[in-house]
Design a protein around this ligand. Structure first.
Ligand SMILES: [Zn+2]
Length: 230
């Protein structure tokens, strides 16, 4: 049976880095995937928060997000403009309400979002907000809440300073890794050269290692937040 799947990410590219191949696998299985990206991206490169200063870059980044998600087959993509790397300055309830509205729209059975132990403050804020927005209540459809890793962010948080990412849920992406790589190439401005952790080679190596960990050719790894067996 076709499932409704929601991905909630901080920045344009996190959805692909975290679960791009899993999105493509859901789509192959006939599921409908809806992506919500809350922060605008890249404005943290300026000394102060001034979106105006980055208008052309932000518009190119939006286009990249649309292209990447069309490669993966996402049914919808909603880009909000919370301030990049400054989401700790936003009232938590405003973030939660945005997420609740999105979830209310699609009534997903599966939700993917950031892991709590991450160096990036927006990732951590969104993790907390998703937990609040996905609290289990009567008549909710949601049975599966999963946290992804974002290369060049999750592993940059030393394990002794937060929750270490210890995956216990794997998706075999042997047949969809190539779509993830193609989607990342759409985000060219966000990618870096090897041996940066956010290079194409590093993402391929990670996928292969996550796969080898569980005996398949390639995998994306997650931490299961909650599962409700019906
Ligand atoms: Zn991010």
């Amino acid at each position: 049976m076709s499932k409704s799947v929601v991905v909630i990410a901080a920045h344009p590219d996190d959805e692909v880095l975290g679960c791009g191949a899993t999105i493509a696998s859901h789509v192959k299985n006939g599921d409908q995937v809806h992506v919500l990206i809350l922060a605008e991206g890249l404005t943290s490169r300026g000394a102060k928060h001034q979106s105006e200063q980055f208008k052309p870059e932000l518009s190119a980044l939006r286009k990249a997000a649309e292209e990447a998600n069309s490669i993966l087959g996402s049914r919808s993509l909603l880009l909000k403009n919370f301030p990049d790397n400054r989401m700790d300055g936003v009232e938590r309830l405003d973030i939660i309400k945005e997420i609740e509205d999105f979830i209310g729209l699609y009534n997903p059975q599966v939700v993917y979002t950031h892991h709590a132990g991450d160096v990036n403050i927006d990732h951590r804020c969104i993790h907390d907000a998703v937990i609040a927005a996905c609290r289990p209540m009567p008549n909710k459809n949601l049975f599966s809440l999963l946290f992804f890793e974002v290369a060049s962010s999750t592993e940059w948080r030393p394990p002794a300073s937060g929750f270490a990412f210890s995956p216990n849920w794997y998706v075999n992406i042997s047949s969809t890794l190539s779509l993830k790589i193609a989607a990342l190439k759409a985000y060219q401005s966000e990618m870096r050269d090897w041996p940066h952790a956010r290079s194409i080679q590093a993402i391929e190596h990670l996928a292969k290692w996550r796969g080898a960990t569980v005996g398949v050719d390639a995998a994306e790894a997650f931490v299961l937040g909650r599962y409700i067996q019906s």
